[in-house]
Ligand binder design. Sequence first.
Ligand SMILES: *Cc1c(COP(=O)(O)O)cnc(C)c1O
Length: 441
Amino acid sequence: MTSPSADVPALTSRTEALELDARDPLAPLGEQFELPEGVIYLDGNSLGALPRAAPARLARVLREEWGAELIRSWNTAGWIELPARVGDKIARLIGAGPGEVVAADSTSINLYKVLWAAAGLQRSEAPARRVIVSEDTNFPTDLYVAASLCRELDCRLEALEADALPARLAHGDDVAVLLLTHVNYRTGRMHDLAGLTAAAHACGALAVWDLAHSAGAVPVDLRGAGADFAVGCGYKYLNGGPGAPAFVWAAPRHAASARQPLSGWMGHAAPFRFAAEFEPAAGVARFLCGTPPILAMAALECGVDTVLAAEPLGGMSALRARSLRLTGAFAALVDRRAGAWDLRVVSPREPERRGSQVCLVHDAPGGHAYGVVQALTARGVVGDFRAGEPGPRPSPDILRFGFSPLYTRFVDVWDAVERLAGVMASREYEHERFRRRAAVT
Ligand SMILES: *Cc1c(COP(=O)(O)O)cnc(C)c1O
């Protein structure tokens, strides 16, 4: 077997990029999306592109299901089944089984629920374990949620450097839960999910994974890894639309015993019995809380279907191979074309440690990462900017480019780097209009 890195095309011309696209068996998957003419969209890691099927589906939900059928649609249009039905579809992308995933709420809220559940299991089995271990560069909401949970449950959050995690777990007899995001939102660095889950279990801790930047982007095998709980995001690589519902997975061995703190009627064993006492649903449905947002669920289903459309073409492993070729080609081109302008690739080069994004820093004095991203956007290349942190372990400002394996093409990679080189050569990132910060970056 050849290593995936051996397969990275060294693009030397636009024509070559177009030829690669023409030969790519996955290229037709891109036709599932509506993208504006002239825009190279490298931000699908923040908000996936619009599936072509979504506008018609939403119109049908509005006019026929809501407008004409009204409340009957809970049954006749299957609204009530959506959290489980969409959950089952997501399960196929993350190595989970049917009935093990539900789509619901936001990632932040689901994280609170599963962390509470994991800490609760430990509390009854091993009450002395009071530490939640995470990574210091984890997505802030994950750390905020963990910290607030720790305040309530009298636990302690330890957020460590990624490289320090194995050693901490080796001496982890006080650790209740290991909480990690599989692919780092800033750097694109990917953890060894199976290895760290095993290390957590070896010390007696439970492993909770956030798949926000993994689901739909890289293969995940939750069951194979023996993980305990997972959550993930619907609006990134799953293309579910702005603010799409997120998802929750509980390992079958926990689903029947884990309790979550937001016992709402949709998580009840029989919601329409309207019983006064709460009795949790048998499986992962107990992680539901309130009424599902049907419009958003319908859009999410369209998004998840765009990823499932890859199944006959090799599924997530074929998408992964394409993603590595795209990110590898982009990094190599930046090294060659834009390296002269103090732009440096900071995402891992090793395929097994890289998600589906490539991040750059601008090393020039003052660093113009924000201006570069704005100037690039003006040239039709949409990536994003993530501010660095001063802190004890300072991190630089970052230019972030996500590569959706469904709709990013090799010609996009080529054109994006050409336009980046144009921005750097002209220094237009120094213009005042590119330096003004918007509310959302
Ligand atoms: C995007 C992302 C989230 C988003 O959480 P929301 O509740 O949807 O705002 C959470 N965690 C990680 C790691 C993310 O990348």
